[in-house]
Design a binder for this molecule. Structure first.
Ligand code: PNW
Length: 461
C-alpha cells in the first residue's frame, strides 16, 4: 500500500481504535459519597510518608461530580473509546454481598453519557482499589479474594453488560502484587515475597473466574481481556550474569503473567528462581485451566524500556544475602519526570515479541504516556511539546509493530486528565488535559490538540 507520507502513523487503518484512559481512584474523589466504603488506597494514603506531600484521592479531579463535563472533553478529542475503571467499594461496599444501587448508578450514567456522545465504554473492573474490608480478611494473598472478585465482576457485568462490550478484568496485576505486597510502594504496603506471589496467583485466578462467568453470561458479542504492564528487559552486556538478570526480570515481570494466562502454565525458570527464595506458587488442581480461559484481547501498558545487569558496582554477582544481583542500569536515554527512560523502539520490540511468543491474541496498547514538568502560561495552557513527541514516537512504534506483523488493534493515551499518580500524589502530571487542582478547571494541553488531529487524520485513511 502506498501512503501519503513516510510517517508510519499514516499506515494505520481507519479501523484502528483510539482512546484515552483513567482509573477510578485516580480521578473520582467523593470517597465517602453514594455509600462508598474505604479502599486500600484510602488507608494507604494515611500512612505517614507513603504518598508524596501526604496527598490522597479524597477529591482528586472531582470527576464524580463533573462526569458529564469530562465526557464532553473526551468526545471533543474525537476518540473511539474511553477506558475507565469501576471502584469496587462503590459498587459493593466491603467487598461482599449485594450491589449498592447508588454506586452502580454512577457508572450507569457514565456509560449512557459516553454512548450518547458516540464513545465506546471500555470497563476495567479492578484498577487497584480493593475494599479495605477484604484486605483486613487477608487481601490478595488470601485465595478467597479471587472468588470475591468474580462475584463483584458479575454485579457490574449484570448491570452494564447490556451496553458495554469490552471488559478488562485487571489492570496490571504485577503492580497490585509486587508493588503492593513485596516492594511496599503501593497499597496495602506489605513487604513479603511469599505474600506477593500468592497475590499474583489469586489475582490471575480471579481474572479467570470472572472471565469464565462473564463469557457464560454474555447474551451478545463481548470482548474480554486483561491488561498487563510490560516493558523490554535487555542484558546490559553479553555476559552470562547480565543475560541471566534480564531473563529473570522478564520472567518475573512478564512471563509469570503471560504464560499462565496464554499458555496455561507457569514458567519453569521463574518457579525455580522463586523456589531458591523459599517461595512457591499456591496452585491447586484445576487453577491453570481457570486462569487460561480464552481472552479476546491482551491489553499492553508500556512506558519504558530497561537494561539489566547481573553484577553490582563492584562486579559481584551475589548480594549480602547470597541472592543473584538483578540491577537496572541506565542507558543514558532521556527520561520523563518519573525518571523512566524513554525508549519508543521498545514498544515495537515488545509487541512483535508478544505476537510471536503468544500468537492468536489481538493486542491493544491500553496505556502509554508520560509525566513531564508542565509549565502553564497565564491562561493555564501547557505547550507540552515533550509529551507530543513522546506520544507521536510511541504511536509510530505501535504502527511499526503492525507493519512487522503484530496484531495491534488500538492505542489508548494515559491519561485523559492530570490525576492522582499513586505514591507520587499530584506531583506527577500525565494528562492530555491540565487540571488546576485549586479550581478544578480543565485546560486541554497541546498534546490533546495533537491527539485529536492525529485521530482525525488516521480516520480518513
Ligand atoms: C500504571 N512501574 O502504573 C497505571 O496503570 C496507572 O494507573 C498509572 O497512573 C500509570 O501507569 C503511570 O504510572 C504503573 O513501577 C506504576 O513499573 C508503576 C509502574 C508501572 C506502571
Amino acid at each position: 500500500a502506498t501512503t501519503a507520507t513516510d510517517d508510519p502513523i499514516d499506515t494505520l487503518p481507519a479501523s484502528f481504535r483510539w482512546g484515552v484512559a483513567t482509573s477510578s481512584y485516580q480521578i473520582e474523589g467523593a470517597v465517602a459519597e453514594g455509600g462508598r466504603t474505604p479502599s486500600i488506597w484510602d488507608t494507604f494514603c494515611r500512612v505517614p510518608g507513603a504518598v508524596t506531600d501526604g496527598d490522597t484521592g479524597d477529591v482528586a479531579c472531582d470527576h464524580y461530580h463533573r462526569m458529564p463535563q469530562d465526557v464532553a472533553l473526551i468526545a471533543g478529542l474525537g476518540v473511539d473509546a474511553y477506558r475507565f475503571s469501576v471502584a469496587w467499594p462503590r459498587v459493593q461496599p466491603g467487598g461482599r454481598g449485594p450491589a449498592n444501587p447508588a454506586g452502580l448508578a454512577f457508572y450507569d450514567r457514565l456509560v449512557d453519557e459516553l454512548l450518547g456522545h458516540g464513545v465506546d465504554p471500555w470497563v476495567t473492573l479492578y484498577h487497584w482499589d480493593l475494599p479495605q474490608e477484604l484486605e483486613d480478611a487477608g487481601g490478595w494473598p488470601a485465595r478467597d479474594t479471587a472468588y470475591r472478585f468474580a462475584d463483584y465482576a458479575m454485579l457490574v457485568f449484570d448491570a452494564l453488560g447490556d451496553r458495554v462490550r469490552t471488559w478488562t478484568t485487571l489492570n496490571e496485576p504485577w503492580c497490585s502484587a509486587m508493588l503492593g505486597y513485596y516492594h511496599g510502594q503501593h497499597a496495602p504496603g506489605r513487604q513479603d515475597l511469599g505474600d506477593a506471589i500468592a497475590a499474583t496467583h489469586h489475582l490471575l485466578l480471579g481474572h479467570g473466574l470472572a472471565t469464565g462467568r462473564m463469557r457464560a453470561a454474555a447474551t451478545g458479542p463481548v470482548e474480554l481481556g486483561i491488561t498487563l504492564n510490560l516493558s523490554t528487559a535487555a542484558p546490559a552486556t553479553d555476559s552470562a550474569a547480565d543475560r541471566d538478570a534480564a531473563r529473570a526480570a522478564d520472567g518475573q515481570g512478564a512471563r509469570l503473567y503471560l504464560d499462565p494466562l496464554l499458555r496455561g502454565a507457569y514458567p519453569e525458570d521463574v518457579l525455580a528462581d522463586l523456589a531458591a527464595e523459599g517461595v512457591r506458587v499456591p496452585v491447586r488442581p484445576g487453577d491453570l485451566e481457570v486462569i487460561s480461559a480464552p481472552v479476546d484481547v491482551l491489553g499492553v501498558n508500556y512506558y519504558f524500556g530497561q537494561l539489566f545487569s547481573g553484577v553490582d558496582e563492584d562486579g559481584r554477582e551475589r548480594d549480602e544475602d547470597g541472592r543473584p544481583v538483578r540491577r537496572v542500569v541506565p542507558q543514558g536515554l532521556p527520561t520523563t519526570a518519573m525518571g523512566w527512560e524513554i525508549r519508543p523502539e521498545g514498544l515495537t520490540e515488545l509487541l512483535v515479541r508478544l505476537g510471536r511468543d503468544y500468537p492468536g491474541v489481538p493486542m491493544v496498547v491500553t496505556e502509554n504516556g508520560a509525566a513531564f514538568e508542565d509549565r502553564p502560561d497565564a491562561d493555564g495552557f501547557v505547550a507540552d511539546d515533550d509529551r507530543v513527541a513522546y506520544l507521536a514516537e510511541h504511536v509510530r512504534a505501535a504502527a511499526r509493530a503492525r507493519l512487522a506483523g503484530a496484531d495491534v488493534r488500538g492505542y489508548f493515551a494515559w491519561s485523559l486528565l492530570d490525576n492522582f499518580e499513586w505514591a507520587y500524589g499530584y506531583d506527577k502530571r500525565f494528562g492530555l488535559v491540565r487540571v488546576d487542582y485549586d479550581t478544578q478547571r480543565r485546560i486541554p494541553k497541546r498534546s490533546a490538540l495533537w491527539y485529536r488531529d492525529t485521530v482525525r487524520r488516521v480516520r480518513r485513511h
